[in-house]
Design a protein around this ligand. Structure first.
Ligand code: FUL
Length: 633
């Protein structure tokens, strides 16, 4: 009897406990998806979540108006009259940026702090009687404004006497140590791969392992930027356009920054099966060049251009590092700052209201049917809650019902990247009641941390996110649907261009002979001439003019052969020439093929212009390309 009672009690207990036990195992027993491939470190994830921060190019070039100083400048040229790093920080903060990266040392070797390893620094300048330190002022301003601080240090150094010898690696490591141990936390260390001296035989073999160890010894959390990471990578151009397909994985074995980097188009897209997690960072300047020049005050990028850049960078799984160069006073120019505020406003208005807030989501393939992985997680603010499907599911969809039909023109989707990047192709579709079928509104390839699709406004009530191809079961943590307002604005003044258009009718190309070369003066930068044998280009203006300069517009392609070194002459009669530039250089033209202003002392009168190329970006090539030749009057 005693036994019976015991058995009875046990059975009852079992029956009472069992149902809740079963329920418990259903919800908790569904294992989370395993990570796919390489994944970001905790620091890379935090970095990616910053999304948008400021680049500051400042130094002697600000005063000499060149893009690449040669290190022979008198340090005295650096003399900002009213340097105000707090104004930079306040501007960045108000623009919605999360940090600032400063060119503490550019290719001219000039250090914006009084480095003990150089004699070409703020200490040697007249600024603040040689007692100033821009790195100190900016790092403190960043702290005060709640911004992260980052450092750009160019390995290429045209000033340091040891450059080109193994000793330079030690010098550079000590220089790094100085900056990384003396100014508080650094979120990103930027290593520029550019080396304009490489072809002249002055080639430094960099000790990258030493440089990386030095960074991590002092700033273990710092994300290291270079063409190939290891923390984040250059995305291959300076136009602000990341690959539409953009994997955060990259093949890095056998590559190194600079000349040993993968091709630009690989950097733009990453590698689907890359063995390292090296997400893209899009660096682009708000002005045509990286350093301030008063001549570009009317060429600050328009709001719509900046908004385009937002979509081709942050909207394509890349962070955006937007360069805003301070002027000779040492302040950000009001035009740049007004543009930044309008840009922020345009983006905030675009994403102010997620039309999915009240939507009902239905995901048939939710992982194990478990609440933990339900589609509603796509709409909350918690980064770590996500929707996932079962492991074997590689194509699936999430149906979306809006409370009523709505108009929209943007779709945002995020993968939960701590578990890797998985989706290879997806589409946003709307239900067509009449045809009883789904219509594609827009589609994309990779998603990654964040992907935004932009398309003409449509109206719909029932939609679906269709995952068409994935490398592993999709894991998404956010989706959004928005109706971004259209942008109306007036852009740069066209006065000069109108005048040139009127003058251009009289122009002709004297040399080389041939119809195809007319494209150089057709006013259309999309049409490009390729001139063989490095033959000089001679332009006849058809009348005598007072000239202040010439503009060389290179072909808008990194693969084209651009002129890097040239002579420029002017003439009254096409016979007697006066050289206004001799062996002059177009800096950084390979990576940033923007129109190149060649300014000279105004000529009395000139009717002929001769551009004589001496070297091109393809050093052994014997041809150069040119989209347009124009005038500065
Ligand atoms: C390039 C440099 O050569 C430019 O001057 C600029 O600093 C840009 C951000 O990177 O490689």
């Amino acid at each position: 009897m005693r036994n019976n009672i015991l058995t009875y009690a046990l059975l009852l207990g079992f029956l009472l406990v069992l149902p809740s036990g079963i329920w418990f195992s259903c919800s908790q027993g569904v294992k989370p998806p395993e990570a796919y491939g390489v994944v970001p470190t905790e620091h890379q994830l935090k970095w990616q979540q910053m999304e948008y921060y400021m680049f500051v190019h400042f130094g002697p070039n600000t005063f000499t108006e060149v893009e690449w100083g040669d290190g022979k400048e008198d340090p005295g040229v650096f003399n900002p009259s009213a340097l105000d790093c707090r104004q930079w920080a306040a501007t960045a903060r108000a623009a919605g940026m999360k940090g600032i990266i400063l060119t503490a040392k550019h290719h001219d070797g000039f250090c914006l702090w009084p480095s003990q390893y150089s004699t070409h620094t703020v200490r040697e300048s007249g600024w603040k009687d040689g007692k100033g330190d821009v790195v100190r002022e900016l790092s403190e301003a960043c702290k005060a404004y709640g911004l992260a601080f980052g450092v750009y240090l160019s390995p290429w150094d045209q000033n340091h006497p040891s450059y080109g010898t193994p000793e330079y690696n030690e010098v550079f490591a000590r220089t790094l140590t100085e900056v990384l141990s003396g100014y508080g936390p650094v979120f990103e260390q930027w290593f520029d791969g550019a080396n304009g001296d490489a072809h002249k035989g002055k080639r430094q073999v960099y000790d990258w392992d030493l440089f990386h160890q030095t960074v991590y010894a002092h700033q273990p959390q710092a994300v290291i930027f270079s063409d190939v990471g290891p923390g984040c990578r250059w995305m291959g151009n300076e136009r602000g356009v990341a690959g539409e397909t953009n994997w955060s994985r990259l093949h890095v074995e056998g590559f190194e920054p600079g000349l040993g980097a993968p091709p630009a188009d690989t950097l733009a897209t990453g590698n689907i099966d890359g063995e390292a997690w090296v997400p893209a960072e899009t660096d682009v300047s708000i002005r045509p060049g990286w350093f301030y020049s008063a001549h570009t005050d009317d060429q600050v990028k328009s709001v719509s251009r900046l908004v385009d850049i937002y979509y081709t960078s942050i909207g394509r799984n890349s962070n955006l590092l937007l360069n805003v160069p301070p002027n000779r006073e040492g302040r950000i120019h009001p035009t740049d700052s007004a543009r930044l505020m309008a840009f922020r406003k345009a983006i905030e208005e675009s994403f102010a209201h997620n039309l999915l807030d009240d939507a009902i989501l239905h995901a048939p393939d939710t992982r194990g049917g478990a609440a933990k992985y339900a589609a509603k997680n796509l709409l909350d603010e918690d980064y770590d809650s996500y929707w996932a499907s079962d492991d074997e599911v590689l194509t699936t969809s999430i149906e979306i019902s809006l409370p009523e039909a709505a108009r929209f023109n943007r779709f945002l989707v995020q993968e939960y990247i701590p578990l890797g990047q998985r989706v290879a192709r997806f589409a946003l579709e709307s239900w067509d009641e009449a045809a009883a079928g789904w219509n594609v509104i827009s589609e994309g390839t990779t998603i990654g941390y964040k992907r935004i699709l932009r398309f003409p406004r449509v109206k719909a009530q029932k939609l679906r996110l269709h995952i068409l191809s994935a490398l592993a079961s999709p894991v998404l943590n956010r989706i959004g649907l928005y109706d971004a307002p259209d942008i109306y604005e007036d852009t740069r003044q066209e006065t000069d261009q109108t005048l040139i258009k009127a003058l251009r009718v009289k122009w002709s190309i004297e040399s080389p002979k041939g119809e195809t070369f007319k494209s150089v003066i057709d006013g259309d930068a999309q049409t490009t001439a390729v001139i063989r044998g490095l033959e000089p280009l001679i332009l006849n203006l058809g009348e005598k003019l007072r000239l202040r300069g010439v503009i060389y517009v290179p072909a808008d392609k990194a693969t084209a052969s651009h002129i890097t070194r040239y002579n420029l002459s002017v003439s009254l009669d096409g016979k007697q020439w006066t050289k206004v530039k001799q062996a002059a250089v177009f800096h950084n033209i390979k990576n940033n093929p923007i129109p190149q202003d060649v300014r000279f002392d105004p000529t009395e009168q000139a009717q002929f212009i001769k551009l004589e190329p001496l070297e091109t970006t393809t050093p052994d090539g014997d041809a150069y390309s040119i989209a347009e030749l124009s005038l500065i009057l």
